[in-house]
Design a binder for this molecule. Structure first.
Ligand SMILES: [Zn+2]
Length: 315
């Protein structure tokens, strides 16, 4: 691709992880490689087949949990946020290794050539049911073993936040284990935004996203996978997040700057002593000195986070 891809064609990539691949496939096969051919054929890239199994899971809407002694209603709302994201293609074998225990049920999606999409997302929540805080997310595209439809889902490798409430909510509602690191900060400049550990000298975990765009999007769905419950009660769930935004920009291979600290130097986002070292995990993917395949920014974002629904292939 010699010329910059049209903004219009990239618009749907902003929050749509799976959509992103489809759009890339349409406009930049050199980047998405075989993913292009694979994904443009997959018009069924939504978990529609599982919707009939709603009865088998928790109530899809109107479900109320108790978080920190207070009622927490589903679906949960984000009324104002900003978001930056960068997508890298990483080695599928490395991606599978990073799944850990989840590898029993998940497989890293091979988008072609042994490469799997990995997403780094920074979100600045200014008004949401989860609280007011920044978030740093690392996620892979996966399929679920034995899924005849080979539906693509987002699997979270790490979600770092600064507050206990959102961690508690995510664990109760979806079974997701967020990492609490009060050091995580977001910093705005005129043309870029940095999520990570502020550090004047040396390298600390951070990602700097270009801040640009004037496009809009509405109700773009993404689908995530998680597990909830202990022992024999542990089950796999999927959930839908719908995002809308304005002030959005997307581009191929933008000037995203990812820096990594070193395990134990206090300049990472995993100092709770029990979580995965985010820096070491990212280092295993060999992306710190690369530009992303694609990246984007949303200045004003709203979102609806749906409840966990039991994933059940029997029908
Ligand atoms: Zn670390």
């Amino acid at each position: 691709m010699a010329s910059a891809p049209p903004e219009a064609l990239l618009r749907n990539m902003v929050s749509g992880y799976v959509n992103c691949l489809g759009e890339l496939a349409a406009i930049a096969p050199s980047i998405a490689e075989k993913a292009a051919m694979e994904l443009t054929r997959r018009s069924d890239a939504s978990p529609q087949p599982y919707l009939s199994d709603v009865d088998a899971g928790p109530e899809p809407n109107g479900e109320i949990f108790e978080v920190d002694g207070k009622p927490f209603a589903m679906p949960a709302r984000v009324l104002d946020a900003s978001q930056g994201w960068a997508m890298f293609f990483v080695d599928t074998e490395a991606a599978n290794r990073s799944l850990g225990a989840a590898r029993h049920i998940l497989s890293a999606f091979d988008a072609g050539g042994g490469r799997t999409p990995l997403m780094i997302v920074g979100v600045d929540y200014r008004n949401s049911d989860f609280g007011v805080y920044p978030e740093f997310v690392v996620a892979l595209t996966v399929t679920v073993k034995d899924d005849p439809a080979r539906q693509l889902f987002t699997h979270y490798l790490a979600i770092v936040v600064t507050q206990e409430f959102t961690k508690e909510a995510a664990r109760i509602v979806w079974g997701l284990e967020k990492i609490v690191s009060p050091k995580l900060a977001v910093g705005y400049a005129a043309d870029n935004v940095l999520f990570g550990v502020p550090n004047a000298k040396g390298k600390a975990l951070s990602i700097r996203f270009p801040r640009f765009g004037d496009a809009r999007s509405s109700d773009l769905p993404t689908f995530s996978i998680s597990q909830r419950g202990a022992g024999p009660e542990r089950r796999t769930y999927w959930a839908m997040t719908t995002k809308s935004g304005s002030g959005e920009g997307t581009q191929i291979g933008g000037s995203v700057i990812l820096e990594l600290g070193t395990s134990g130097d206090g300049l990472c986002l995993c100092a709770d002593g029990k979580s995965v070292c985010v820096c070491e995990m990212l280092r295993s993917f060999d992306i710190a000195d690369r530009l992303p395949a694609a990246n984007g920014w949303t200045e004003r974002q709203t979102a609806i986070y749906g409840p966990a629904r039991l994933l059940d292939f029997r029908r």
